[in-house]
Design a protein. Structure first.
Length: 201
C-alpha cells in the first residue's frame, strides 16, 4: 500500500506519505484559513523529499469530517482531483475516529471538535471505538464529562479537556486498518460528513 493521507478538518493542515504501509514523509502547518494556499505546496514537498512521483500512489486517505466546512472541501477537492487523474480510489476516514485512535483509554470518554458559537461536534468512545452517533452539543452540557478534543479554546466558555491534535499520520494508519471498510472506488460517492441534520442538545 503506497498512499497519500490528507487531514484538513480543522486549522491544522497535515499531509503524510506512506510506502508499503510505512510513514516516510509528513508535513504540517497550523495557520488558520491557509489550507487553499498551503495544501498543494505541502504535497509537492512530500514527493520532492521522498524522490517519488505522484503515480506511485495506490489510493488517497482523506479525513472526512466532521469539522470545518471550508477545510474539508479544500482537502476533498484536491484529493478527488488527484484520484480522478490517477484513476485510484479514496479511503474516507472519519475525523473523530482518527482523533480517538490517539487516546489510550479503555474507559468511556467524549471527543469534541469546535463547530460554532458554543457548540461542539461530540461523539462518545470506549477503547477508541464509537459507542453512539455524533451529536451537536452545547458546551455547558459537557462540564461533567471526561472530554478530549481540539480547538475548544474557540468556545465562549472554558471546558476542562485534554487536547488531541488532528494528524494525517493517524488518518493514514486508520486507513490501513480499515481499508476494505472505508474504501470508495466510485469517487462520485465519496461524501464528506458535514453533519447537517444533527440532533442538538
Amino acid at each position: 500500500m503506497n498512499f497519500l493521507s490528507i487531514e484538513t478538518s480543522t486549522s491544522i493542515c497535515s499531509v503524510a506519505l506512506f510506502e508499503n504501509k510505512y510513514l516516510i514523509q509528513s508535513e504540517k502547518t497550523n495557520i488558520p484559513k491557509s489550507h487553499s494556499k498551503e495544501l498543494g505546496n505541502m504535497i509537492q514537498q512530500l514527493f520532492e523529499k521522498s524522490n517519488l512521483k505522484i503515480d506511485f500512489l495506490d489510493f488517497i486517505a482523506l479525513s472526512s469530517g466532521p469539522g470545518s466546512f471550508t477545510g474539508l472541501r479544500i482537502g476533498s477537492s484536491l484529493a478527488k482531483g488527484i484520484a480522478f487523474a490517477l484513476n485510484i480510489p479514496l479511503v474516507m476516514v472519519p475525523t473523530l475516529h482518527s482523533l480517538a485512535s490517539q487516546i489510550k483509554s479503555i474507559n468511556n470518554y467524549s471527543l469534541g471538535l469546535f463547530s460554532h458559537k458554543n457548540y461542539l461536534y461530540v461523539q462518545d468512545f470506549k477503547d477508541a471505538k464509537p459507542i453512539n452517533n455524533i451529536e451537536l452539543i452545547e458546551a455547558n452540557n459537557l462540564k461533567n464529562k471526561k472530554l478530549y478534543g481540539f480547538s475548544l479554546d474557540q468556545l465562549d466558555i472554558t471546558l476542562d479537556y485534554i487536547e488531541v491534535e488532528p494528524s494525517a499520520k493517524n488518518v493514514g494508519l486508520l486507513a490501513i486498518e480499515n481499508y476494505n471498510k472505508w474504501l470508495v472506488k466510485d469517487l462520485t460517492k465519496a461524501k464528506l460528513n458535514y453533519i447537517t441534520n444533527l440532533k442538538i442538545n
